[in-house]
Write a protein that binds this ligand. Structure first.
Ligand code: NAX
Ligand code: ADP
Ligand code: MG
Length: 274
């Protein structure tokens, strides 16, 4: 297993051309946040915006619209039950992030089906949280696109059928090959299965063990894959940056709040632009 190190950041994070505009840095659509889990999609969208995506739209329950805009005026809002708007939005996106706080009831399943019906093979599709759980429980087929799954160990157990105690690199890689997708298996020392290689993250801290930390990672992956050329390299850089920032904050903090990682991204990324 290869160990990820700081060089992934300088390899991936590019200096912006002087004559660039927002259209050069990708359109990201994030879908999730039911009436109970609005915070999850707000944290994910915050991460995407602070990672530098060009245009960010958040499709969520209308109950979250005011709090979303109060936290993050840079994002646009769409009611995720508006099927016409949701279909159009997803089909026009560069990157789709689906699942943070989506929930798994009947309404969540309808939203997920609409999203999956409208992705295409040119897009990167980050599948997280409730979207993974629903795919596993309801035997939903993978959508079109370059798929990146971001399960924690229990979500990976649900999706892969491998019990947490049996999640060895060999067993994980076998299922990754069947899926034909990148798998970011989140835990202490996260593992990334890209198909051609397997990587381990050797940084990170228990100060990250708090709700919303994975929602934030999904958003950073969305922001990085929207801007930077190679989706696999961009994903590795996002995973590294998320925990590197957390480690820095944890030098003086007992717990690191997910939104603090997002807020730290622009200054952190500037140090590595190349
Ligand atoms: N503020 C919010 O709105 C939040 C919403 N969240 C959303 O809530 C939904 C459910 O996700 P949850 O992960 O909470 O619930 P899940 O039921 O999917 O997973 C939690 C279960 O997995 C087990 N588990 C085993 N290994 C684990 C590991 N390495 N990491 C995490 N759990 C492990 C836990 O013991 C627990 O039983 C998701 O859509 C998620 O995005 C969470 O992100 C928490 C914060
Ligand atoms: N002890 C730890 N060491 C390193 N990273 C951790 C630790 N605990 C949690 N994390 C990281 O926090 C994130 C948790 O993701 P997840 O469980 O999906 O959170 P949530 O769904 O609440 O947002 C993952 O990136 C995981 O690697
Ligand atoms: Mg999660």
């Amino acid at each position: 297993m290869k160990q990820l190190d700081e060089t992934i950041l300088t390899n991936v994070i590019k200096r912006r051309p002087e004559d660039s505009f927002k259209g050069n840095f990708g359109k990201v659509v994030l879908i999730g946040g039911n009436a109970n889990f609005g915070g999850a999609i707000i944290m994910a969208a915050t991460a995407t915006v602070y990672a530098g995506a060009g245009l960010v739209t958040t499709a969520t329950d209308t109950a979250n619209s005011t709090s979303l805009h109060a936290q993050l005026p840079e994002t646009m809002f769409v009611n995720y039950y508006d099927k016409v708007q949701l279909s159009h939005l997803v089909s026009e996106a560069t990157v789709v992030v689906v699942g943070p706080g989506l929930g798994d009831d009947f309404h969540s399943q309808e939203v997920l089906a609409k999203v999956f019906a409208n992705t295409n093979s040119d897009q990167t599709v980050v599948i997280d949280g409730s979207a993974i759980t629903m795919m596993a429980h309801n035997k939903i087929e993978q959508p079109a696109g370059n798929i990146i799954f971001t399960p924690h160990q229990m979500e990976w157990q649900r999706l892969s059928g491998i019990a947490i105690a049996e999640q060895s690199p060999a067993a994980n890689q076998k299922v990754q090959q069947q899926l034909g997708a990148t798998v970011v298996l989140k835990k202490h020392h996260t593992e990334i299965y890209t198909g051609s290689d397997t990587y381990q993250l050797t940084i990170g801290t228990p100060a990250q063990a708090t709700g919303g930390m994975g929602d934030t990672l999904a958003g950073i992956i969305g922001g990085f894959t929207a801007q930077f050329a190679d989706p696999t390299q961009a994903t590795l850089a996002a995973v590294y940056a998320h925990s590197a920032i957390a480690e820095q904050l944890a030098q003086t903090q007992y717990v690191v709040l997910p939104h603090q990682i997002s807020r730290a991204l622009p200054i952190f990324m500037k140090k590595y632009e190349n």
